[in-house]
Design a protein around this ligand. Structure first.
Ligand code: FES
Ligand SMILES: [Fe+2]
Length: 433
């Protein structure tokens, strides 16, 4: 439990708020590159600020304030030109630095445009995502995590815009035991109630996910916290404990196992909305012929069925359900923390500490300024997590395991991913015997 005042400090992210200033020291993903390629101009809301992202005709991206300086038209209605974004109303044009570079209706000798500059922020693309930085200059480097930069991976990203405060999202990731209950027992309940074994979601074997968390720890590491878990029936030599899973401060968590890195970003849109972004990078053994990927898919993850009820037999929808069911901003002065909440407590401690660092105008953890140290940031990678035949442990791969029940109904490359996992399983030595 924390006080109501402390809850305000840890949850509010607008400009000038303590947590908002901390979050502004990091790059955040705001959309998918493929989405921007098809739309060209996209409305963005990040940390309570309304912005417009666009790609000009030379391929450069820009991120500027959303209102035209002239008559305050929302520039998400605009269109890209050679070197900027043009307002549809009277053609004023802005470049990526927010400078007004054209006012076609003004006299040729007018100097008015030289005085016009919109707020603008740096934006960069990596691993199929577009990232933005809203903090003080000079900006730190965009972290080059291995799953974003490595060759021969297949990537995709799904998203949900959800009505919960970002801290509820991230605290869910520091809550190890919810997995056995929400994604184990509750999941089994939902599947049994649905009772249709022909549903591809039955390919997810929920039994291993119901395994009890015998022990779990969150260890401080340079980029944040490392989660170590001993599941029922395992010892500390199991990968889940021995190698663990990385949680990168402030708002990225990974499950990196069996060749698949699932990284989840909880991006604060504003105080009461969060962009849940699930990025997946699939790495296959050398005997699999992985096609060159031209575009990283970007798609919405469904969380409700046709009746508007929660989808209960999908892991991402389950998470979105409980994070939303805590209300727009959970009142932490009324909660009752228990022994299983050790990760939540550790994360809050780290968050408070980093807010203080930024108040003292110091760089918080997990920020990078030396290009040599940011070539490729390597994360811990286990062989296995919940074995669904996906890992290298066995060749018992069941089609559907890699893509079922993981919020990927709208992914355009599910068949490709399943084909590659099947190839991987068929080529395993024990299968060849
Ligand atoms: S309102 Fe944008 S150019 Fe006039
Ligand atoms: Fe979860």
């Amino acid at each position: 439990m924390i006080s109501a005042a402390e809850n305000e400090t840890l949850t509010r992210v607008g400009p000038g708020t303590p947590c908002g200033e901390l979050m502004r020291r990091y790059w955040h993903p705001i959309t998918g590159s493929s989405h921007l390629r098809s739309k060209k101009v996209v409305a963005i809301r990040l940390l309570g600020e309304d912005l417009v992202l666009y790609r000009d005709l030379r391929g450069q991206i820009g991120l500027v304030d959303h209102l035209c300086a002239h008559r305050r038209v929302d520039l998400s209605t605009g269109y890209p030109v050679e070197n900027g974004l043009r307002c549809p109303y009277h053609g004023w044009t802005y470049n990526a630095q927010g400078r007004c570079i054209a006012q076609p209706g003004e006299p040729a000798n007018s100097r008015l445009k030289d005085r016009v500059k919109l707020k603008s922020y740096p934006a960069q693309e990596l691993g199929g995502l577009v990232f933005a930085y809203l903090g003080p200059e000079p900006a730190p480097l965009l972290p080059r995590w291995d799953y974003l930069v490595d060759d021969h991976l297949i990537r995709q990203a799904g998203f949900v815009v959800a009505p919960y405060n970002w801290l509820q999202g991230i605290e869910n990731s520091y809550d190890a035991t919810h997995a056995e209950w929400l994604h184990g027992h509750f999941f089994k309940y939902a599947l049994d109630e649905q009772g249709d074994p022909a549903d591809p979601r039955y390919q997810i074997n929920v039994e291993p996910m119901m395994r009890h968390h015998e022990e779990f720890e969150y260890e401080r590491v340079p980029y944040g916290l490392l989660r170590r878990v001993v599941l029922e029936g395992d010892q500390k030599d199991a990968d889940t404990y021995n190698i663990g899973h990385a949680k990168m401060f402030p708002n990225i968590t990974t499950i990196n196992a069996g060749g698949t890195c699932i990284s989840t970003y909880q991006v604060p849109i504003d105080d009461t909305h969060t962009l849940y972004l699930g990025h997946r990078a699939y790495r296959f053994p050398h005997w699999v012929s992985v096609p060159e990927q031209e575009e990283v898919p970007w798609f919405e993850i469904p969380t409700r069925d046709a009746n508007g009820d929660w989808i209960r037999n999908d892991i991402v929808a389950q998470d979105i359900m409980v994070m939303t069911a805590q209300g727009p901003i959970m009142d932490r002065s009324q909660e009752l923390l228990a022994t299983t909440d050790i990760g939540v407590v550790k994360y809050r401690r780290l968050l408070k500490e980093q807010i203080e660092l930024v108040r003292g105008d110091k760089d918080p953890i997990n920020t990078y300024r030396d290009p040599a140290a940011n070539q490729r940031l390597v994360l811990p990678h286990s062989r296995d997590f919940y074995d669904r035949g996906v890992s290298g442990k066995s060749s018992s791969y069941r089609r559907g395991s890699a893509t079922g029940a993981l919020g990927m109904q709208n992914s355009p490359i599910n068949d490709l991913i399943e084909d590659l996992f099947e190839q991987a399983a068929r080529g395993r030595p024990e299968f060849a015997k």
